[in-house]
Ligand binder design. Structure first.
Ligand code: NAG
Ligand code: NAG
Ligand code: NAG
Ligand code: NAG
Ligand code: CA
Ligand code: CA
Ligand code: CA
Ligand code: CA
Length: 441
């Protein structure tokens, strides 16, 4: 074993930055996390938001802060203990509002989800919870964002919702028009988007597009509003451009310039129970409506444990960040039901990454969504890793970096070192045998 590790050290050490674990807290069923910048406005301090969910019972949303900005002293406080399967809690510093989106189908009593807004004061206390969506039976929400769609100065909500039964599934993109005083009016934009989407300007023409990672309908697609703005759009004037419908259920996506060449790419994950879920990059053509997207699969695939249970799949999210000294971005992948977190380290060249396992959970059981950011504003990126099945949350940081000794994606390397290990054991065994024999003689 020592030999194996030693070989790996020699073979695998590259100039890479690898974070280390700083602390952990016990929280039951931790699922989704996000960085809340300047959540404590008066003190200009950040928080981490965390949602929990279970098939039965009520769920919670926590704010995590760090005493004296010390990551080894995390403090978690639940500000809502009566939430229903929250899939997202995102903080909007500009408005001092948290947007929560929830519901999921495995429990019929939780299948009708909703969108709630929480008002946050300058001390980081939640002062009000307002439900802003109207229930639509069996439709649940994974993504809702605050954006002023009609340009009247009031933030509206753009959201996707989905419905899933044994017989059918469907998705809808809606917007909730902010009429003032937290009164919202619902408008249907189009069908299609179901779980995750981003609202971005893909072609830099000043107008946003919706790019949707469709889980149930298994499409990666762009929606373009042909009116002057999205508040004037509906299904008769929203145009759909299909990027890919060959990769199964899509889970998550991000628009970002990964290789630092000034052009943005799409970073995407698909999610599968069969063990072939993966992370990939799509290069975006000059004209996204007529050009070709070039796809690059990254790293190894993700195999969920207990894959026969309903709703299992892997991987979860992939997201990117910049570390000092690297023009190209690092990527962190949450394994979801594969129970692993992997770091993809850029190797130069085009979309060439080295894969490192940061951590695994017991029996490879579920790990939730990892968030990154400089939580304590010390200049180093930090991570929050929710070990869903183990009931704990770990805080990691790039401040104290480790040498790379974790296992590699290169099967070849492990096989080589394994053979090397076998060979050396065999040689040792023969040597000892000879020694014993000669002693006897
Ligand atoms: C969008 O359209 C509405 C209705 O015509 C108009 O009042 C608003 O100013 C427009 N907003 C933007 C951002 O162009
Ligand atoms: C769709 O939008 C167009 C342009 O804003 C409008 O004229 C039309 O009435 C809308 N259709 C529906 C069904 O709302
Ligand atoms: C996920 O994407 C990978 C890479 O393109 C592909 O090999 C795999 O078949 C996809 N999974 C499913 C379930 O389609
Ligand atoms: C967890 O999954 C990894 C592959 O990512 C595998 O090498 C390892 O043996 C698994 N561990 C357990 C305890 O199942
Ligand atoms: Ca508005
Ligand atoms: Ca655009
Ligand atoms: Ca690029
Ligand atoms: Ca930090």
């Amino acid at each position: 074993m020592i030999k194996l590790i030693a070989i790996c050290l020699v073979l695998c050490t590259v100039s890479a930055q690898i974070p280390t674990k700083v602390s952990e807290i016990n929280i039951k069923d931790p699922g989704f996390t996000s960085l809340a910048s300047n959540f404590y406005k008066n003190q200009k301090r950040n928080a981490v938001l965390l949602t929990t969910f279970g098939v039965t019972g009520l769920d919670s949303i926590y704010q995590i802060s760090f005493q004296n900005e010390d990551l080894s002293k995390p403090q978690a406080t639940a500000f809502d203990t009566k939430s229903i399967w929250p899939n997202q809690a995102d903080y909007y510093e500009q408005y001092q509002l948290i947007v929560e989106a929830g519901g999921f189908f495995p429990n019929p009593s939780k299948a009708t989800g909703d969108i709630n807004i929480y008002q946050v004061n300058d001390d980081g206390q939640i002062t009000n919870k307002i439900k802003v969506s109207k229930d639509k039976k069996n439709f649940f929400y994974h993504k809702a964002m605050l954006v002023d769609l009609n340009g009247d100065g009031l933030p509206d909500i753009l959201a996707a919702r989905a419905q899933k039964s044994v017989f059918s599934s469907s998705g809808e993109l809606i917007w909730l028009e902010n009429k003032g005083n937290f009164q919202f009016e619902e408008h249907l934009l189009t069908s299609g988007p179901d779980v995750f989407f981003i609202f971005v300007d893909l072609d830099n023409d000043g107008k946003q597009e919706v790019v949707a990672a469709q889980y149930f309908s298994k499409e990666l697609a762009i929606y373009t509003c042909q009116q002057s703005n999205w508040s004037l759009c509906n299904s008769s004037n929203i145009q759909k451009t299909l990027i890919d419908n060959t990769i199964g259920s899509l889970f998550n996506l991000e628009l970002t310039d990964l290789n630092g060449d000034g052009k943005k790419e799409l970073l995407v994950t698909n999610n599968s129970a069969s063990g072939n879920g993966q992370v990939f990059i799509y290069e975006i053509p000059e004209n996204y409506q007529t050009g070709k997207f070039i796809k690059h699969p990254l790293g190894s695939t993700y195999k969920p444990s207990l894959a026969l249970l309903p709703g299992r799949g892997a991987p979860g999210t992939a997201s990117s960040f910049t570390l000092e000294g690297s023009k190209q971005k690092y990527i962190i992948v949450s394994g979801d039901d594969a129970g692993v977190v992997r770091l993809l380290i850029p190797q130069g060249g085009s979309f060439n990454y080295k894969e490192v396992v940061l951590c695994e959970s017991k029996n490879n059981n579920t790990i939730g969504e990892v968030a990154h950011g400089d939580f304590n504003k010390d200049g180093f990126i930090d991570l929050v890793i929710p070990f869903y099945a183990e009931g704990k949350v770990e805080i990691w940081s790039f401040k104290n970096q480790q040498q790379e000794v974790t296992q590699q994606n290169q099967d070849q390397e492990s096989i080589l070192s394994y053979f090397d290990y076998l060979e050396s054991s065999l040689i040792r065994f023969i040597k000892e045998l000879i020694k014993k024999l000669t002693n006897q003689i």
